[in-house]
Structures are given as C-alpha cells and as structure tokens.
Design a protein around this ligand. Structure first.
Ligand code: SF4
Ligand code: SF4
Length: 153
C-alpha cells in the first residue's frame, strides 16, 4: 500500500496555538459580575422622598408601566411594572424632582410575572442601589436629568 504524503494542516494550527494563550472573548457571567456601560439603561428606580406626586411620569410613560399613588400627606409610592417597562427613561427625563433614575442593573429576571411588579419605596439601599440624585436648584434649564445631559440614554 502506498504511503500518503504528510500534509501540513495549514493556518488552523497557528490559530489554535495563538488562541490557547489569548484572553477569552466571552465573559463568565453570572459566575463573575458583568460591568455595564456607565449610561446603560437598566432597572428603573424611584425615590419617594423627592416625589411631589405630579404624575407627569405616568402621563409620559408609553408602556403604562408606572403608577404613582398617594399614601399620606405629601407621601407617595410608585408601582413599577418591570414586565412592561421598556427602559426608555422618558419618565426620568420628565421628572422635575429627580425622583426617578435609571440604573445599569440588568438583573431583572423573575420566575413569576407578578414579581416584576414592584412597589417603591423598597429597601433599595440595602441592595446597594444608588442613592437619590440631588434635585437641581436651577429649573430654568428644563427638566432635571439623571446622569447628566441627555437623560440617561
Ligand atoms: S414626575 Fe417625578 S415628581 Fe412627578 S409623580 Fe413622577 S416621580 Fe413623582
Ligand atoms: S422607563 Fe419608559 S417604560 Fe419604563 S416606566 Fe419610565 S417611561 Fe415607562
């Protein structure tokens, strides 16, 4: 039987060898935290202490995802349906009191849809969520925005 001549496999060997020593292109989430870009639009937050109950956010929400309810004298709570929210941040842009903010938190998954309906205030600070941003003193510049100019996009 005639012996086949050896054929060098070509570029594939070079690729395998360089890949062995290269950093992986994938991330090990959820085993390791996944840092999101600074202005990424994730979980919506509500800061009751700054809310005046004007309901502009409700009027502007295109997904009917936020409800502001009066719970006492100058006290309000927000019901946010994270199953409906599309993280457009329109409510954040329209809120003059900076009572709403978009966080980069993307860990919204729940096993039941009703668990996506969240009533604020909840113990946000216990979970390491950001504190409420200060209210802009100069309202002549238009609506106060979270995350600088541009409204958290
Ligand atoms: S727009 Fe702001 S201040 Fe007005 S009800 Fe909504 S969260 Fe409260
Ligand atoms: S981020 Fe957009 S969809 Fe979500 S509650 Fe605000 S306005 Fe509605």
């Amino acid at each position: 039987m005639k012996k086949k001549p050896f054929v060098w496999p070509g570029k594939i060997v070079d690729l395998v060898m360089t890949s062995l020593f290269r950093r992986p292109a994938t991330v090990r989430y959820p085993a390791e935290p996944l840092p999101m870009p600074e202005r990424f639009r994730g979980m919506l937050l509500y800061f009751a202490s700054q809310c005046t109950g004007c309901k502009l956010c409700m009027r502007d929400c295109p997904a009917d995802a936020i409800t502001i309810r009066k719970v006492g004298e100058r006290r309000y709570e927000a019901v946010i349906d994270r199953g409906r929210c599309i993280m457009c941040a329109q409510c954040v842009d329209v809120c003059l009191k900076k009572a709403l903010a978009i966080s980069p938190n993307v860990e919204l998954a729940q096993t039941r849809r009703d668990l996506l309906r969240v009533v604020f205030p909840e113990k946000l600070l216990d979970r390491g969520e950001p504190k409420a941003p200060p209210v802009a003193s100069n309202s002549a510049d238009g609506p106060a925005r979270v995350g600088g100019e541009g409204g958290g996009s």
